[in-house]
Design a protein around this ligand. Structure first.
Ligand code: SAM
Length: 370
């Protein structure tokens, strides 16, 4: 009968399994190349693309200005804290993807987690570590670098992150890093915060908004002179504007997309849909106001809409050329989000048509979500 012995590759593997107890050895920089190759060949390791964070991410998040802008919002931070307290318990291993100041990781550590990994790519990691220490949180460990390359060493119970852009979609790269951590390290039946999101648009009827931020100003005479040529030439294109909308200006609100953060991935952010916005009484259409919701825990949903408390996300106004909408009719909108192939900027295209118009013959207005 043939005898079986351990080959050189096998010995590599056994060595690797021994050292894999220490996550530090599993970064591609720290590992002996032959060992790494053997592990890749046997499928014990796989190659992961870093999420290529954009340069401006560092400018945006590496200082207290933006971190404070998030911390100061009691609705956002308070609801995340409540969701964490409700879902984190003793013995839990938790990962916070993009910890910034460390606030959500600290909430999880306070809620009794056995260990919390706080992942941060900017130098805010230093502050997260310092503040955890100041607060006596010995069960929280800050891990520097791109979360997409994180190694938890063993499955975790909960993966969380606050990766919502001003209209949710902007921070799709951060969401991509969250998905990589989730898919690699969340144990079967594990939990995520947030678990889902709804993306909403409301048709807007507001001459004031259109005049100040949209197409209205050049549509009207300026000191009695016709300036509409500025609009027809394409020289002036209103962009998405962050503001606090007036509920009275919103005619009809529709959920245009829904995202599942337990199972989904950033490709879900690229969608196309046609939605009807109904006008019960005659009115004007001046574009859309967008908001989103985050499902944080069973029965606990954060909304950035005008029906909730003001948040640091406010609302997003997407100006469109004005149109009159008769009572009992609707504005049809083709909505599509896409990435530009060259610069990978997420864009949102809106085409609208009145009741007697063909959507396919209308002009699309494209907004950069940056
Ligand atoms: C919206 S802030 C949230 C900060 C904190 N969690 C909070 O709730 O206040 C997102 C944070 O994630 C970090 N981040 C984004 N992409 C990352 C990545 N790929 N790896 C690690 N950190 C990332 C940013 O630098 C930023 O500090």
């Amino acid at each position: 009968m043939t005898k079986i012995g351990i080959s050189a590759k096998g010995r590599h593997l056994i060595d690797a399994l021994r050292i894999s107890q220490n996550p530090a050895h599993l970064t591609s920089e720290g590992m002996e190349p032959a060992l790494q190759k053997a592990l890749l060949d046997f499928g014990f390791l796989e190659e992961h693309e870093p999420t290529r964070p954009p340069q401006d991410l560092f400018d945006t998040f590496s200082g207290w200005r933006s971190q404070k802008g998030m911390l100061i919002d009691p609705t956002r931070t308070g609801l995340f804290d409540r969701a964490i307290s409700a879902q984190v318990g003793p013995g839990d291993r938790v990962v916070d993807v993009g910890t910034g100041s460390g606030i959500l990781a600290m909430c999880a550590a306070r809620a009794g987690a056995e260990s919390v990994y706080a992942l941060e790519i900017t130098q805010m990691a230093d502050w997260a570590e310092r503040l955890a220490k100041c607060n006596g949180l010995t069960n929280m460990q800050v891990v520097r670098g791109d979360a997409a390359l994180f190694n938890a060493g063993a499955p975790v119970d909960l993966v969380m992150g606050e990766f919502a852009g001003m209209w949710l979609l902007e921070e799709w790269r951060h969401y991509a890093a969250f998905v990589q951590v989730r898919d690699r390290w969340l144990k079967p039946g594990g939990r995520v915060i947030p678990s889902a999101s709804g993306l909403f648009l409301s048709a807007v009827d507001s001459r004031k908004l259109s005049y100040e931020r949209g197409w209205g100003f050049f549509d009207a005479p300026v000191q009695g002179f016709d300036f509409s040529e500025v609009l027809t030439s394409g020289a002036y294109r209103p962009t998405r504007y962050i503001l606090t909308a007036e509920p009275k200006d919103l005619v009809c609100t529709k959920e245009i997309a829904r995202f599942d953060f337990l199972k989904g991935n950033p490709n879900d952010y690229l969608f196309e849909t046609i939605v009807q916005f109904n006008y019960d009484v005659a009115g004007m259409f001046h574009g859309f106001v967008g908001h989103f919701t985050l499902d944080l825990a069973p029965g606990l949903t954060l909304t950035t809409g005008t029906d909730g408390r003001e948040t640091c996300w406010h609302q997003s106004y997407f100006p469109m050329p004005a149109r009159h909408v008769p009572a009992g009719t609707s504005v049809s909108a083709r909505l599509r989000s896409f990435l530009t192939t060259d610069t990978q900027v997420l864009k949102f295209g809106i085409t609208t048509a009145g009741p007697d118009e063909d959507l396919d013959r209308q002009t699309e207005h494209v907004f950069a979500l940056e």
